[in-house]
Design a protein around this ligand. Structure first.
Ligand SMILES: Nc1ncnc2c1ncn2[C@@H]1O[C@H](COP(=O)(O)OP(=O)(O)OP(=O)(O)O)[C@@H](O)[C@H]1O
Ligand SMILES: [Mg+2]
Length: 248
């Protein structure tokens, strides 16, 4: 983000269009974002249920990971076994993402599947861009080729105070979870800033509510954003139906 509170050069969707790197695709991309323990993985299952109800085939993936290369990078990034410089960390996340986009997400979308992504590029913008202070411009520049201009159609942001989320996990934190409270507060504020800058794509969900309420908000957001689009596609005769399936 620059001083005027705008995207570095132009909005991601416009970047994608101009680069022409985002191939014609038939499925939607839904990303779940938020801090550690905010409920992303829990509610990825809720998104999957809604897609199944709508008759939309889907695939569920997580970041970092989801490919043999990505899982190796995940281990390096999260285990703390080797020292990693902040810029190197940013490139490692982008490399894992590039592999996932090229070998899993784009083929799935082209085959008509909707992809549910448990974290995506906005995690890098929030964690490395804001959290580590590398800057949005830099992190976006590192990632624009990694994602081939592929920006989510819908991003659900699970907004939760880090202190609240930390109490939900009973396991020891990984290398990134273990960073100090100020880091996690910058990540949360960064995500909210991203949502404000890209309001068309984001739905911010109060993830401090009881799980049933959060699930309800997730259902409403997915149905509202995709239900209308599905109806439109079906009316146009090009809708795809079928039973959903998960793969992650
Ligand atoms: N709204 C909620 N209220 C209370 N507990 C919740 C809520 N949402 C999720 N949880 C619980 O909090 C824990 C963390 O949730 P979950 O694993 O879905 O978070 P996450 O965002 O995927 O975390 P991570 O970033 O570590 O992958 C789980 O035990 C889950 O059951
Ligand atoms: Mg998770």
């Amino acid at each position: 983000m620059n001083d005027q509170g705008r995207w570095p050069s132009e909005p991601p969707r416009a970047v994608a269009k101009r680069l022409g790197t985002s191939p014609r695709r038939r499925g939607w991309l839904i990303a779940l974002e938020g801090g550690e323990g905010s409920g992303k993985s829990t509610h990825a299952g809720v998104v999957a249920e809604v897609l199944a109800e709508l008759g939309i085939p889907y695939r569920l993936v997580r970041e970092p990971g989801g490919t043999p290369l990505g899982e190796r990078i995940r281990q390096l990034l999260l285990s703390g076994e080797v020292e990693i410089d902040p810029v190197a960390e940013s490139y490692l996340f982008a490399a894992a993402r590039a592999q996932l986009v090229a070998t899993v997400i784009l083929p799935a979308l082209a085959a008509g599947e909707t992809v549910i992504c448990d974290r995506y590029v906005d995690s890098s913008l929030a964690y490395q861009g804001y959290g580590l202070g590398i800057g949005l411009e830099q992190v976006w520049a590192m990632n624009r080729w990694a994602i081939r201009g592929l920006v989510p159609d819908l991003t659900l942001l699970f907004d939760c105070a880090p202190e609240v989320a930390r109490r939900r996990h009973d396991r020891p934190g990984d290398r990134i979870e273990g960073r100090d409270a100020a880091f996690h507060r910058r990540v949360r504020a960064g995500y909210l800033e991203l949502a404000r800058m890209d309001a068309d794509r984001y739905v911010v969900i109060d993830a401090q509510q009881p799980p049933e309420r959060v699930a309800e908000a997730v259902r409403a957001a997915v149905r509202q954003r995709l239900g209308a689009a599905v109806g439109h596609r079906k009316a146009g005769g090009s809708g795809e139906t079928g039973r959903g399936r998960g793969a992650g």
